[in-house]
Design a protein around this ligand. Structure first.
Ligand code: C5P
Length: 297
């Protein structure tokens, strides 16, 4: 009998995101520096007597068969239909806010790929898994690989970067606000494309330079898509200002609406998290996963 498997599915943040062009297939080419954070969903795989797979989600709105986890299970089961696969109950316990630009669904899908490959003994190679990931969604390849990465193309071209230095992450999502990635991308105009340029950020990570990181965040604009969503959602410029008033640099993640700030100091991060919660946002105090924890306090 198979054993239970528990797989963590961490959220991702875009420390910088530039959309460079609209492609003929309707997607967009992008350049992004991505990092994973400690805020995670959990995927549980449990053997079940009857064959096939069953899906349960702690969040009723994500319980439908259109969930990315179900798409992964269907894809892998379809590809292996000549084999008898051990029956599995797939349970997804959500912590990452959905439709917030944090890649929660993509990370769940990456966890399902890894987990089912092992649970069903499919022996898919890392390359096979990355190829399947790209079929499921643009952020799934990065979520599968993890680490600090430079991500390009539609999201499928990955280059590992040196580990992003450890930071606390104060994450705030305006309560009740969800944005559709497809709608945000559809509202992009040619004037938005190509900004910001990520050279300073990439150099900061390659050289592990705190000065260059300050220069990057101090430059203001870190994500092309903020210029698209901020004018339509006045709560976002307010949230940006609240971070600035706390002495922190605000960064929008992915297609929003979550904003985060990176802190070296835990007490600063806790105080900011408390203030943003008091202001009515959903707040998470998290940390970056790649760099080594070396707290100076
Ligand atoms: O790939 P995924 O299904 O996550 O993308 C959701 C939507 O976001 C796409 O349908 C597309 O409209 C938009 N998108 C894009 N270019 C990307 C990634 C996503 O236009 N590189």
């Amino acid at each position: 009998m198979k054993k239970n498997m528990k797989i963590k599915a961490p959220a991702k943040i875009n420390i910088g995101l530039t959309i460079t062009k609209r492609r003929l297939d309707g997607y967009h080419d992008l350049i992004s520096v991505m990092e994973q954070i400690s805020l995670s969903d959990v995927l549980l795989l449990e053997p079940q007597r009857e064959g096939g797979w069953r899906y349960f989600c702690s969040e009723p709105s994500l319980s439908g068969k259109d969930n990315l986890v179900c798409r992964v299970a269907s894809l892998l089961a379809e590809r292996s239909k000549e084999r008898e696969l051990p029956g599995v109950k797939i349970s997804l316990y959500k912590n990452i806010p959905a439709a917030a630009g944090l890649g929660g669904g993509s990370s769940d899908a990456a966890a399902a790929l890894k987990g089912l490959n092992s649970f069903w003994n499919l022996e898919m190679s890392p390359e096979d898994l990355l190829e399947a990931a790209a079929l499921i969604g643009s952020d799934v390849p990065y979520c599968l690989q993890g680490g600090t990465a430079l991500v390009q193309g539609r999201g499928e071209k990955l280059e590992a970067l040196p580990a992003f230095p450890f930071h606390w992450v104060v994450l705030a999502v305006p309560s009740g606000m969800h944005l559709s990635t497809a709608e945000v991308y559809a509202a992009l105009k040619p004037v938005h494309l190509g900004q910001p340029r990520l050279h300073t950020l990439i150099a900061a990570i390659r050289e592990q330079s705190a000065e260059l990181l300050h220069e990057w965040f101090g430059g203001g604009m870190t994500n092309t898509l903020e210029a698209v969503v901020a004018p339509k959602h006045p709560r976002l410029p307010v949230l940006r200002r609240q971070f600035l008033d706390l002495g922190l640099y605000p960064v929008m993640s992915g297609s929003g609406p979550s904003f985060f700030a990176l802190c070296e100091n835990l007490s600063t991060a806790k105080a900011a998290a408390f203030a943003l919660q008091e202001a009515g946002h959903r707040v998470f105090l998290s940390w970056t996963l790649s760099g080594l924890y070396n707290q100076k306090e």
